[in-house]
Design a protein around this ligand. Structure first.
Ligand SMILES: *Cc1c(COP(=O)(O)O)cnc(C)c1O
Length: 384
């Protein structure tokens, strides 16, 4: 299958409502192995945690310099066979995405802004000198996997199906250059990121020793290496009694960038204004961040992309001009930040509990995703 052929398939915007055929005909189905029984599935889904319980199937698509994208298959979930010389194991050409499918009130399933993840995946691919995947093929893979594993989409409140698309360099040779062979994979996990009615604020550590990204680096790309480079700072945060690390800019170690794998928002002016760090090239442009920038004005908030220093954060909390801080991302949706800790001192955000604005925005986004509220932006796409 070449890019030209896949581009001729039905586009993701063609049927915002309704059911797509499996993978829009772009993915061949090659089922072997036995899916787990309904009883086994129910037992696993009773407490899936996050990313521990995978569904029965996966999608795999190969790329070679000669043939482009080809051999797109939906198969049983199974281990990979990888040559020890596979370039990803040596030079880290690996990118990933994260998106979710949600059970709808009528029992159907819809996915949130998959095209945005497909586009970001391609920006990440470009940055790591990897081949771009046609958006239609990305969304066809999502459709095929979600439709096939629809029983794995939880119905319990707050749960969803987390989709993990990723791409690795599979060419077997250890000479240093961009690989000539890649594998795209899509796997899925039923997840419980939170318990309804219990949103626990996180305590954050402002890291001034380690940095996540510098201008010109890979901070904007969702590449595996960014996470490898963050683990030591995350461990340090835990040693300081914090749940998450907050990254500051690499140059002055002063401007707030993001938190772990989530973007940050500050609530100002008595709860009327939202400020989020601008995309300077070092932050990951989150889909949830982008969604809140569109959704919040509909709810009467002013939104602004700008910059905020760690000193301003502290002072704002002390004089009350910053009433709430929250982090946002696909996995945890919205997480309130209750306390901040840094080498120069600690402070509490508001009264340390989940704030009203945070909970209102969180509720509005979840209502849209679970189909309980209107979808004025056309963000949800029905799969089954
Ligand atoms: C994925 C990610 C986010 C959040 O992105 P969403 O698309 O909103 O899930 C934020 N920061 C980092 C570093 C990330 O990897």
């Amino acid at each position: 299958m070449t890019a030209t052929q896949t581009a001729a398939g039905p586009g993701p915007g063609d049927s915002p409502v309704g059911t797509s055929p499996i993978g829009a005909g772009l993915i061949s189905v090659e089922l072997s192995g036995t899916p787990r029984s309904a009883d086994e599935r129910a037992a696993l889904m009773a407490d899936p945690g996050f990313g521990r319980v995978h569904t029965d199937h996966m999608v795999a698509v190969r790329w070679t310099a000669d043939a482009g994208w080809h051999d797109a298959k939906l198969t049983a979930y199974r281990p990979l066979e990888l040559d020890p010389s596979a370039m990803v194991l040596h030079y880290g050409q690996a990118i990933f995405e994260g998106l979710k499918a949600y059970r709808q009130p009528d029992g159907g399933v819809a996915v949130f802004r998959a095209e945005e993840n497909a586009k970001r995946f391609n920006r990440s691919a470009h940055r790591l000198a990897m081949p771009e995947l046609p958006v239609e093929l990305f969304t066809a893979a999502v459709d095929a996997l979600v439709a096939t594993d629809r029983e794995w989409v939880p119905s319990a409140e707050g749960q969803s199906l987390y989709l993990r698309p990723f791409m690795i360099a599979t060419e077997a040779q250890v000479g240093m250059r961009p690989a000539q062979e890649y594998l795209f994979l899509l796997i899925a996990f039923p997840v419980t990121p939170f318990f309804p009615g219990e949103v626990k604020p996180v305590t954050v550590w402002l890291s001034d020793e380690y940095v996540r990204a510098a201008v010109g680096g890979t901070g904007e790309a969702k590449c595996a290496g960014n996470y490898a480079g963050s683990l030591l700072a995350q461990r340090q945060a835990a040693e300081k009694g914090c749940d998450q690390v907050v990254w500051l800019d690499a140059v002055e170690r002063r401007w707030v960038e993001e938190m772990g794998g989530m973007n940050l928002f500050f609530v100002l002016d008595g709860g009327k204004r939202l400020l989020t760090p601008a995309l300077t090239g070092t932050l990951l442009p989150g889909v949830v961040r982008d969604s809140l920038l569109a959704l919040a004005p509909e709810l009467g908030f002013t939104v602004e992309e700008g910059r905020l220093s760690k000193e301003e954060w502290r002072k704002g909390c002390e004089d009350g001009s910053i009433s709430e801080v929250f982090a946002c991302g696909t996995a945890a949706v919205l997480a309130p930040v209750g306390r901040a800790r840094s080498a120069s001192g600690d402070w509490t955000v508001g009264d340390g509990s989940a704030g009203e604005v945070t909970m209102r925005l969180r509720g509005a986004l979840l209502d849209l995703q679970y189909g309980r509220a209107a979808d004025p932006f056309g963000w949800m796409r029905r799969i089954v």
